[in-house]
Design a protein around this ligand. Structure first.
Ligand code: PXP
Length: 243
């Protein structure tokens, strides 16, 4: 079945709102893991608005599933992330003004700086995924840069109004996923996925894992973390996730 990585940033957002200890993102990650998440993702932003370096250190110690750290494609982020030794790093575009990641990394434009960064992360034994829009040139560049994986940005698909024709966005994702696999990249996808729209994405056979944060943490506030993760896993399995 398509695997589920759970992003727990928003648990840290709530904690930072009061600057104390609760709720604890590490506890949320452990509950997600026990409910069947096959990975945990956190975004270490330059402004440290939610996840802190300490969270990653503790997550690394306690998790059994791989930890994926999203961060900017900068030397500053590299210097912060490498000592924390996550299994994966996902390079994303980052601006201080944005509420969340908006759009994929332009790997074509950034190729010369990415080339060194990808190599240096891999030398540090950290696998590298590039968060890119589902465009063939971006996928080709990710392969050329010798990334281990791409995470295809499902934002444009997720932003479609309920009931709209999603065939154009789905076709882009399918084509990008097929090319990624053909070029030897592992394929993940995420952004804006929820119980309603996850099915057609989970049905794309090349996509191994989905990274979902906002909708799961939003549901967790109402029904608890473990049920929220379980219902997403059920939605992935039910609507088309591979067996
Ligand atoms: N993938 C990437 C690269 C992201 O930046 C985010 C948001 O932090 C997600 C997936 C998860 O998106 P959402 O919170 O909308 O599920």
């Amino acid at each position: 079945m398509t695997r589920l990585g759970v992003n727990v940033d928003h648990v840290a957002t709530l904690r930072q709102a009061r600057g104390g200890h609760e709720p604890e993102p590490v506890a949320a990650a452990l509950l997600a893991q026990s409910a069947g998440a096959t990975g945990i993702t956190v975004h270490l932003r330059g402004d440290r608005r939610h996840i802190q370096d300490r969270d990653i250190r503790v997550l690394k110690q306690v998790l059994a599933v791989p930890l994926n750290v999203e961060c900017a494609a900068t030397q500053e982020a590299f210097d912060a992330v490498v000592p924390l030794k996550p299994a994966w790093v996902t390079l994303v575009p980052e601006t201080r003004e944005e509420l969340t990641t908006t759009g994929g990394l332009d790997a074509v434009f950034l190729q010369s700086s990415l080339k060194n960064l990808v190599r240096e992360y891999r030398t540090a034994d950290i696998r590298v995924s590039l968060f890119v829009d589902p465009l063939l040139d971006q996928v080709k560049m990710a392969a050329k840069l010798e990334a281990d994986a791409v995470e295809l940005n499902t934002g444009a698909y997720s932003d479609l109004p309920y009931g709209a024709d999603a065939s154009v966005e789905l076709a882009k994702l399918k084509e990008a996923a097929r090319l990624s696999t053909r070029l030897g990249l592992r394929v993940l996808a995420g952004h804006g996925l929820d119980l309603r729209n996850v099915g057609p994405i989970a049905a794309i056979p090349e996509i191994e894992e989905l990274n979902i944060g906002h909708s799961i943490v939003g549901r967790a506030v109402l029904i608890g973390m473990e049920p929220a993760v379980r219902e997403m896993i059920a939605a992935i399995a039910l609507v088309g996730g591979r067996a």
